[in-house]
Design a protein around this ligand. Structure first.
Ligand code: UT7
Length: 336
């Protein structure tokens, strides 16, 4: 008997309306549009002025359910990848479960920063493959503006807010769906990208606030070096171990942290830029949301075709990194 495979049967995303441009940031910190564009590829990002990460999740899921024409009550499981949960507890997944009316679903949050969506996608697919569940929502959402120090030019220019979701269901044919994955972690990378305040190590005090410990800290250069190697290596590894080359890949869907990291990964795979999903210019780094946001936008634009082989790849805090190979099954709405 062939293996029961998980496949993506619906996508949905949401970005807030408020746009924060590089020119806006020039008025807030000592930076400039040219530096940001050439060093990162970012032109603007979105900011959620009111509300929390669960709002981003709910709006993305509502769009997804409408497209798939199913009720929330049919969902079995909700996994929310995020580093900006509404609160430490209850889990954002539980808040979302109640708000969308997913009455029979259970759920949990998953913390793997920029690799959160890939970790959650692989976790969710195991529940489908085992036969335990048939409808698993995997959401990547972050309100990064809630943990950014808008006086720190090293970090505040990089991130934005957004959310996106995919639905996993059993594939109707064994050749379609999530074919393979490679996930990694290396805790020694924790020294270079973190938020130290607010957890059990440094509970919130006046001192932690004064020391700005409730904001992201990043040693950009070290993370950059790790990302260039980690994301490119794992992307090549996943195609090689499946006896594929860059020629066989229709789309690379990279985590959107820096255009230079994306380019290095595409080069390593021997992929032309036209086969790489890039929206960092419009949204910046939305952490757990970047990859599903790309999938949803490209699907909406009619660019995803049934039978295309696509590689999702990420690198982020932890360090965490990985790649997922998919034989895409969800036909885009428009012809192309
Ligand atoms: O998604 C999670 C994983 N995160 C990543 O993958 C991010 C990885 N890192 C990066 O993308 C890059 O390291 C950054 C975009 C964060 C920084 O780019 P960089 O080329 O590594 O620049 P740098 O940090 O080495 O800074 C170069 C110069 C410095 O000035 P000096 O020391 O050369 O005089 C910085 O002070 O640029 C300066 N600088 C800025 N200038 C204008 C740093 N930030 C800014 C800024 N505007 N916003």
């Amino acid at each position: 008997m062939s293996k029961r495979r998980a496949t993506i049967t619906a996508v949905g995303h949401y970005v807030p309306e408020k746009v924060l441009t590089n020119l806006d940031l020039e008025k807030m910190v000592d930076t400039n549009d040219e530096w940001i564009r050439t060093r990162t590829g970012i032109r603007e990002r979105r900011i959620l002025e009111q509300g929390a990460t669960s709002d981003l999740c709910v709006k993305a899921i509502e769009r997804l359910l409408e497209r798939r024409k199913i009720e929330a009550s049919e969902i079995d499981l909700i996994i929310v990848a995020t580093v900006t949960p509404d609160m430490f507890f209850p889990a954002t997944a539980c808040i979302v479960q109640e708000r969308i009316g997913a009455t029979k679903a259970w759920g949990y949050d998953l913390s793997a920063a920029c690799s959160g969506f890939l970790y959650a996608l692989v976790a969710g697919s195991q529940f489908i493959e085992s036969g335990a569940y048939s409808k698993v929502l995997v959401v990547g959402a972050d309100k990064m503006s809630s943990i950014l120090d808008y006086t720190d030019r090293n970090t505040c220019i990089l991130f934005g807010d957004g959310g996106a979701a995919v639905l996993l269901e059993p594939s109707e044919a064994p050749e379609f769906g999530i074919i393979d994955h490679r996930l990694y972690a290396d805790g020694s990378g924790g020294a270079y990208l973190y938020m130290k305040g607010g957890g059990s190590l440094n509970p919130a005090t006046h001192e932690t606030v004064d020391k700005r410990m409730h904001y992201i800290y990043q040693d950009g250069k070290s993370v950059f070096k790790g990302a260039i190697k980690g994301m490119a290596d794992v992307s090549l590894e996943i195609i090689e171990r499946n006896n594929l080359t860059g020629q066989d890949i229709a789309w690379l869907v990279p985590h959107q942290a820096n255009l230079r990291i994306i380019d290095a990964t595409a080069d390593r795979m021997g992929l032309d830029r036209s086969k790489v999903m890039i929206n960092i210019d419009r949204y910046g780094n939305t952490t757990a949301a970047t990859i599903p946001l790309c999938l949803s936008e490209w699907w909406e634009a009619g660019k995803l075709r049934r039978g295309q082989k696509i590689v999702l790849a990420s690198f982020g805090a932890g360090y965490t990194w990985g790649a997922v190979l998919i034989n895409w099954s969800l036909e885009s709405p428009k012809g192309s």
